[in-house]
Design a protein around this ligand. Sequence first.
Ligand SMILES: Cc1cc2nc3c(=O)[nH]c(=O)nc-3n(C[C@H](O)[C@H](O)[C@H](O)COP(=O)(O)OP(=O)(O)OC[C@H]3O[C@@H](n4cnc5c(N)ncnc54)[C@H](O)[C@@H]3O)c2cc1C
Length: 508
Amino acid sequence: MAPEDAALAPPTLARPALLAAAQAVDTWDVIIIGGGATGLGAAVDAASRGYRTLLLEAHDFAKGTSSRSTKLIHGGVRYLGQGRIALVREALVERARLLRNAPAQVAPLRFVVPVYSRWEQLKLRIGLTAYEWLAGRYRLGRVRGLSVAQTRAALPNARPDGLLGGVEYFDGQFDDAALAVALAQTVFDHGGIALNYAPVTGLIVRDGRITGVRGHDEITGQALAFSARVVINATGVWADDIRRMAAPDAPPMLAPSQGVHVVVDAAWLPGDAALLVPETDDGRVLFMIPWQGKVLLGTTDTPRDDSPFEPQPLAAEIEFILRTASRYLRQAPEPGDIRSVFAGLRPLIAADPDAPRSELSREHVIRVSPQGLVTIAGGKWTTYRQMAEEVVDCAASEAGLPGRACRTAHLPLHADPAPAAGERLHPQLEVTEAAVRQAVRAQFALTVEDVLARRSRALFLDAEAACAVAPEVARILADELGRDADWLGAQISDFTALARGYLMRSAG
Ligand SMILES: Cc1cc2nc3c(=O)[nH]c(=O)nc-3n(C[C@H](O)[C@H](O)[C@H](O)COP(=O)(O)OP(=O)(O)OC[C@H]3O[C@@H](n4cnc5c(N)ncnc54)[C@H](O)[C@@H]3O)c2cc1C
């Protein structure tokens, strides 16, 4: 084995060993900036083709948009209504692949749409049958009409007056942050390296071509520099920042759109069926989805001109979600019932500056700058694999790497064993000491936020309970990472400050 290949052998997950392994490689074939769905997917694709692959993420994996989605692996019923047939078909094929390649992370979910008008019922039956037809042999179940009694059995809290029945169909559901971690682990399984807390702060340019990146290790402050044959920019709504490192006057490519979800107790949507609101006041769909013992209600589509890492929900967005839910529920949640509220920014591609953001394309684009920076943006979680295949094809040809076929269509993703059973650290949360230790040892967690926001979803499920358990999680982390009391105290106060943004009373 050549010394460089030895560096690519699966390292232990201890941070110093990971950094040392990354620095032992003279020139990477591919460096990917950004550890969300898009970047991690590209890293799995490149590493599994045998390219020397390094991914650098500024914060934690999926800290950006990729932990803030509706958690659906779907074709997008509403895109069908907009006539985006190819987009829907592509996503339905990817849905089937994800169910096969990541069965530990993705599962089918039953949806029921309660109907209150015969015209709506007819439209839904036709639309959802077309959706199922587009899935072809990849369909997950049959679309069927439900009687009033069947609809009530599936959705006991659906508004009963005027209820004419329902329409049932199936889609996919997942834990977005867990899938991101599984992708990062899969990068290592195929000889690549993915580093969280490693922001890129500059591009190295030689003779007009990008030959690497500069950044630092956020944990120690150590400066980092890596060379690469090609650099892929997969930084979502922050992609324009990286593009401007290469060309300060590059016109914006992205038009972020904020989506908010609120989380309430399971009692508001008893049973295992999700509810789809087929048309909101602003002409979109709204989901009410059982998720990890709670119910997720969302989402909104609000244009934003900035891209904060912790976008804050607006009071009007929360009010819109609760008002829309109340039209479909016998008893509807009120602001005081909200356990957590979170916002994410869709990396939509800016086309016509005057077009409403809900009409902007959900498709992805790949652009190569004159210096060779390959940027990919847009798309959805569901289609990350297809996006990765296209961007790695493009990057390999840009860099003149030896052509190698994509392998991910049939590539199983990493699956961890379940952590040993143990007592919950908080009665409302499924967080155990064993799970926290596993998060550090096998899943790259370095902070209390990593554990409570993304290795478990405590912060997204019940922000108050997450705050209550933070000191105990900090203690276990300090023990695992060999940190002192000052670090422990800072972790608790950082997490408590962050969690304020997920508590209902903070919405502006
Ligand atoms: C409200 C909402 C609901 C959604 N629901 C769904 C759904 O149900 N199903 C679905 O398929 N899709 C859904 N999507 C879309 C999907 O979540 C996104 O398309 C996807 O997560 C985007 O991933 P990304 O990797 O491109 O961006 P991100 O996840 O934002 O990743 C970009 C990463 O780049 C990092 N970064 C930025 N700057 C730097 C730097 N200088 N150095 C290193 N790293 C850097 C960031 O920290 C971030 O982690 C939803 C989106 C939103 C907003």
